[in-house]
Design a protein around this ligand. Structure first.
Ligand code: GAP
Length: 594
């Protein structure tokens, strides 16, 4: 599937527009059009229903260690600045950034090698040495490199900022000198690219070239991804606040409110859907990496002893959710992080990844992360920001030995009242006292009913999920038109639950009482789900328009309807047309879109 065909469909049919397009757009920001907003809303509704409101608190869910409860929240986007200090985002939420000294473009340092591999000028340069873009050794020759640099259609047009193009003789002199000094030197394409981006190796060292114009990039610099703003009239440091970079922290800081205001008992989860903001250095791949996006996050609180089982449950449950809504399992993968990728307080993190079509073959992009976060977050908001490198975790101290960022001081532990009562009953008052004081022979002495819960965090992106469902659904095929001539058809095979329009209703012709009956059916359906009425043009063309919108069913009222009260239902994917009574048609469609 060509990504540009999907992008063009999304614009043409009103799924996605560039933000502020009439002013030239704003990089990293997107608007959902009339069909897009329905699709994304249906995805968020499906998530909320499947994870929260539709969750059965009384029967263990498939694969779950035992029953659990779910609650929801909707927190503010701007929170107390201390939240971000204690969460670690203030100190640690940054990327290394590089700027091109020539065209001024900004890059995330870790994205540059990949971007170079996909750069037009690098591809053209590699061809000079009969090589592809890879890390393997190439048969380098300076005269060939020089010819490429001076060529108006190659180097001079594609890489105007490259040192080799701007000052070829000086640039090549550096490389030739090194080759003379070390004739055995093995040159791979990435190494040659550094040489041809460097005019003065002795003073600057080897440079990294810009994927866009070839200009040299600055050294990587720290760049905090949080958007800053101010509360109140005065823009002073005390009034500085941040747009949240994740929804999760709103859940942690409300943990106690939820426990106190509901009768929820551990294990339980709190879910939230909402906007997050990150000033991404290189927003790219359509909505995949945006600066404003929506997250669907769950913080699941459980007893430390059970946390591994719950981690495995959530990892598998979340993967299944994408499959149930139509993502093909061969394009999905669960990637467990290696031990060296994990913070020591986390005993597991897995990414649910999808083979997005804009990625090279065999590569997958993150859809959702499922992380075992231990008690890091609740303790940080209670005691003060923990030092993530300490083991066991301790509050991070400043030069004066005081907490670097003070926590709330509020008690965010959990008291398991049921467990406490049961143990008292089981042991009797005297032995229970001994047990609590650690004097009994029980395996867990001390005060085991008061603990800081451990957290499992399934964190999904609503925009990434929408993009994955769109990529999966996009198909092009050929189907006969009204005259039997084969025509190219674009169809979005979206799961009926998330399709923006569930059904379209057409009168076959605009006369003989057919529009009246069709409008009656339209009104009856409209009360239940999103339906579209269309009476304009040939019926074949009306079908095509609905195929492009991803509408799973089209209902047509024809001459027979007027006598026998039946209609045809056309199935978008099989193209099968069946006759059913008007009443059955309503019930059937309702059942398949819920
Ligand atoms: N609370 C954990 C957290 O925020 P994350 O891996 O940074 O973890 C979770 O983000 C999910 O949010 C990602 O898997 C992705 O779906 C989505 N996401 C993160 N950054 C994004 C961006 N810049 N644009 C679109 N979606 C993004």
């Amino acid at each position: 599937m060509e990504m540009e065909n999907l992008v063009s469909l999304c614009k043409r049919r009103g799924f996605l527009f560039q933000s502020s397009e009439i002013y030239g757009g704003l990089n990293g920001f997107w608007d959902y059009g009339p069909l897009g907003v329905e699709l994304k809303r249906n995805i968020k509704d499906a998530w909320w229903r499947d994870m929260v409101t539709g969750h059965d608190d009384m029967v263990p869910a498939a694969g779950a260690p035992r029953v659990y409860e779910m609650e929801g929240l909707d927190c503010s986007i701007i929170m107390h600045p201390q939240v971000w200090k204690c969460s670690g985002h203030y100190d640690l939420f940054h990327d290394m950034m590089q700027t091109c000294r020539h065209c001024k473009k900004l890059y995330r340092a870790d994205h540059v090698p990949d971007m170079l591999k996909r750069s037009a000028w690098v591809e053209s340069f590699a061809k000079v040495f009969s090589a592809g873009v890879s890390d393997e050794r190439i048969d380098y020759s300076s005269p060939d490199a020089l010819r490429w640099a001076k060529d108006r259609k190659r180097g001079r047009r594609l890489a105007p900022g490259l040192a080799l193009v701007r000052n070829p003789e000086a640039t090549l002199a550096g490389l030739d000198a090194d080759l003379q000094a070390e004739p055995e030197m093995v040159l791979s394409l990435p190494r040659v690219l550094e040489y041809v981006a460097t005019e003065q190796k002795d003073s600057t060292g080897l440079q990294v070239p810009c994927p866009e114009c070839g200009g040299d990039l600055t050294e990587p610099r720290d760049f905090n991804l949080m958007f800053e703003t101010y509360t109140g009239a005065i823009q002073s440091p005390e009034n500085k606040a941040f747009l949240r970079p994740e929804t999760a922290q709103g859940i942690f800081v409300n943990f106690k409110n939820v426990v106190d205001s509901t009768r929820v008992k551990i294990p339980f989860g709190i879910a939230q859907i909402g906007k997050s903001f990150r000033n991404e250095i290189t927003p790219r791949n359509y909505t995949f990496r945006s600066r404003e996006f929506e997250q669907m996050e769950i913080e699941f609180f459980c007893h430390p002893d059970e946390s591994q089982e719950w981690y495995r449950y959530w990892r598998d449950r979340r993967l299944r959710w994408y499959e149930e809504l139509g993502l093909a399992s061969e394009r999905l993968q669960l990637r467990e992080h290696e031990t060296d990728e994990l913070s020591h307080y986390s005993t597991g993190t897995a990414d649910i990844e999808y083979a997005f079509p804009f990625l090279p073959d065999g590569e997958f992009g993150e859809l959702e992360g499922v992380a075992h976060r231990g008690d890091f977050d609740l303790r940080s908001h209670m005691e003060g920001k923990l030092d993530e490198k300490s083991n066991p975790l301790q509050v991070q101290l400043d030069e004066d030995g005081k907490p670097k960022w003070r926590g709330s001081g509020k008690d965010l532990t959990y008291f398991d009242a049921d467990g406490f009562e049961q143990a008292k009953e089981r042991l009797g008052v005297k032995s229970f006292k001994a047990y609590m004081e650690g004097r009994s022979g029980e395996s867990k002495p001390g005060y085991p009913y008061q603990f800081t819960p451990h957290v499992i965090e399934p964190s999904a992106g609503a925009d990434r999920a929408t993009l994955a469902f769109l990529c999966e659904a996009f198909h092009e095929d050929e189907q006969p038109d009204d005259k039997g001539k084969m025509q190219k058809r674009t169809v979005l095979k979206l799961h009926p639950r998330i399709a923006p329009i569930k059904c379209a209703v057409f009168p076959l012709v605009k006369k003989d009482g057919m529009p009246e009956v069709a409008k009656e059916i339209y009104r009856a359906m409209k009360a239940q789900f999103n339906v579209f009425y269309d009476e304009k043009g040939a019926v074949g063309r009306r079908y095509r328009r609905q195929d492009e919108a991803g509408t799973p069913f089209c209902v047509t009222v024809d001459g027979d309807t007027l006598t026998d009260k039946t209609v045809t239902i056309r199935d978008r994917d099989s193209l099968e047309q069946r006759r059913v009574s008007i009443d059955d048609c309503l019930a059937e469609i309702q059942a398949s879109v819920e």
